[in-house]
Design a protein around this ligand. Structure first.
Ligand code: HEM
Length: 553
């Protein structure tokens, strides 16, 4: 008897043997893991009642590998045909994510009850280091307060005065690429790099009355030794290997290891924060001295965004730390998205020479009058005005179409700040919820069967002609939305009180940059160069964007 009990691993006195302890210690965590990462998310959670795609056969990986191994939004779009309105898919460890595709549901979350849905803490943690404690990550009453004080910086009268500086840096971009053409008919250029430098210079001038000279810098030669702002963003936002992305997502302490990559990352963050502090100090000194804000190029620096913000700071609207946060926010939000949009616009033009010719033909009467070589440029007669740039119909259609088909921010996310019921389903507080312009902008239900074709003309036809992707929120406030307007569920600039505050700025900047380089150059594909869209906050081209340019004039 004794020996058989011992053989079975049980003690004759009812005490656990070593084997029992080991089994017990193993069973408890294994059961917890199975419950937490398998049974609960897939079968027991209230979210398991929401339909969605089946998870992968590889345990605990949800739909992760499908998503990770394809272009952003590819599977999410396919699933949205099968599971209309909203569905649940699963990330690594079967973490559930709700994706909303129905216009009414999206409006409920982004517009009607916007402040009940906040940005996820992990996103805030990641973004906060790059964008600071600014508008992009503020929540609730802090967000309302900041937005109220920042809004005046984006009034149309302020934006109108930025147009010359948009032209100045666009012409510098033309000159940057001209160097590659010396003695050649055609040249290969690094489009993304140039666009990124130009938009950084624009936000420097228009945003802070400061010339970053990103287009002129050759910091690549010096790299980390004398880091510039452009180097910092290239380091922080540039492509990452799949391994690095995985490590950062699931083992965040990876960032703290003493690796070269991590030192460069930290240096990049320091450069951004130090530059932002300097800009605030300088703006406050100028304000104190009641100086005019003139940048060192002699370009009229009207009231740049920061000057307007410092005025708000004087009135007690924003603290010094909030000002630094806003500068960090504008620096990144104001240059990365427009640069990516401009890059894809030029790529699209290279793919379709007819569209390119048509757009160039539309702008030529206006642009041929500009004296780009004048020493007074951009303060020259005949420089197109804000209104003239907005009155070019094909250009307007082109911009709408590029933002539809290749929205630079492919998706964004929120979590409910409290338990909510949406579409009849209970959604617990803290559940990650996604809105994806890639899905809603590419869905045949909203746009018709030719949804994947790049056709600027579609904006003169139904259903697209009756909707404005830029003004969804304004139209929602000012008029009750018509059924057609409701067709745009998630425009590239988002909707609601957190809609992109820089949308008009960005559109004018995009138009001036695009038209100036298009007037100067013809763009062609580089044979054999395959480009994809990288997974990230913005839809950057991977491995980059190289095109062939040729003089157009
Ligand atoms: C094509 C260009 C741009 C696109 C597609 C774009 C898109 C967006 C989107 C989708 C959001 C909302 C993000 C979210 O809440 O999840 C956003 C917010 C924001 N954007 Fe833009 N953006 C662009 C250009 C700009 C520019 C040029 C500026 C500044 C000069 C800017 C400043 C901001 C700021 C400050 C916010 C935060 C607004 C808030 O939370 O109240 N953006 N943008």
């Amino acid at each position: 008897m004794l020996s058989s009990l011992q053989l079975n691993g049980l003690s004759p006195f009812g005490q656990a043997t070593g084997t029992e302890v080991v089994v017990g210690l193993t069973l408890i965590p294994v059961s917890w893991i199975l419950y937490k990462f398998l049974f609960y998310p897939l079968y027991l959670s209230p979210l398991s009642k929401i339909p969605g795609p089946p998870v992968s056969a590889i345990p605990f990986t949800g739909n992760f590998w499908d998503i990770f191994s394809s272009e952003a939004g590819y599977h999410q779009l396919n699933w949205s045909y099968k599971f209309p309105r909203m569905y649940v898919y699963h990330g690594l460890f079967n973490i559930p994510r709700v994706l909303l595709t129905d216009p009414d549901l999206i409006r409920e979350v982004l517009v009607t009850n916007a402040y009940d849905y906040i940005k996820p803490p992990n996103v805030i943690k990641f973004l906060g280091k790059i964008v600071g404690e600014g508008l992009l990550i503020a929540e609730g009453s802090a967000h309302k307060h900041q937005r109220k004080h920042i809004q005046p910086s984006f009034n149309p009268s302020v934006l109108r005065s930025f147009v010359p500086s948009f032209f100045l840096h666009s012409a510098e971009l033309v000159n940057l690429w001209k160097v590659d053409l010396i003695g050649e008919d055609k040249a290969e250029v690094n489009i993304l790099d140039g666009c990124s430098r130009a938009t950084l210079d624009i936000i420097g001038t228009a945003g802070f009355g400061y010339a970053f000279h990103a287009i002129e810098d050759d910091e690549d030669a010096e790299g980390e030794e004398s880091p510039t702002l452009h180097w910092a963003y290239k380091t922080l936002l540039g492509p990452r290997s799949m391994l690095e992305q995985l490590l950062l997502t699931f083992l965040p302490f990876f960032r703290n290891l003493p690796l070269k990559r991590n030192f460069a990352h930290q240096k990049g963050l320091n450069v951004i924060r130090d530059t932002s502090r300097e800009l605030v100090e300088k703006a406050k000194e100028s304000r104190a001295a009641q100086e005019t804000t003139e940048v060192d190029d002699g370009v009229l620096g009207p009231k740049d965004l920061l000057t307007v913000l410092v005025e708000q700071n004087d009135k007690g609207g924003l603290t010094d730390e909030e000002l630094v946060g806003q500068v960090m926010t504008f620096l990144v939000a104001g240059h990365e998205t427009t640069s990516v949009t401009l890059t894809w616009s030029l790529y699209q033009l290279a793919l379709d020479p007819d569209i390119q010719d048509k757009l160039r033909a539309e702008i030529t009467p206006l642009f041929s009058k500009i004296d780009f070589n004048s020493p007074d440029f951009p303060n020259v007669p005949n420089l197109p005005t804000y209104e003239e740039m907005n009155a070019l119909p094909y250009l307007n259609n082109f911009c709408k179409e590029i933002l539809r088909l290749i929205p630079p921010v492919p998706s964004t996310t929120r979590v409910p700040a409290k338990d909510v019921v949406l579409n009849g389903y209970f959604i617990p507080k803290g559940t990650p919820m996604f809105f994806s312009p890639v899905v809603t902008h590419r869905h045949t239900h909203f746009w018709g069967d030719d949804v994947m074709d790049f056709r600027p003309e579609r904006w003169d036809e139904a259903p697209a002609k009756d909707i404005s992707p830029y003004t969804y929120f304004r139209e929602y406030l000012e008029h009750s939305m018509s059924s057609q307007q409701r067709l745009i569920p998630s425009p590239a600039f988002l909707a609601g009180p957190r809609q992109c505050i820089g949308n008009r700025f960005a559109l004018m900047e995009l138009k001036v940059l695009l038209c100036t380089v298009l007037y100067a150059y013809k763009f062609h594909e580089k044979p054999g160069y395959v480009v994809r869209k990288a997974q990230g906050v913005t839809w950057r081209p991977k491995p980059g964007m190289r095109l062939i340019i040729e003089r157009a004039q």
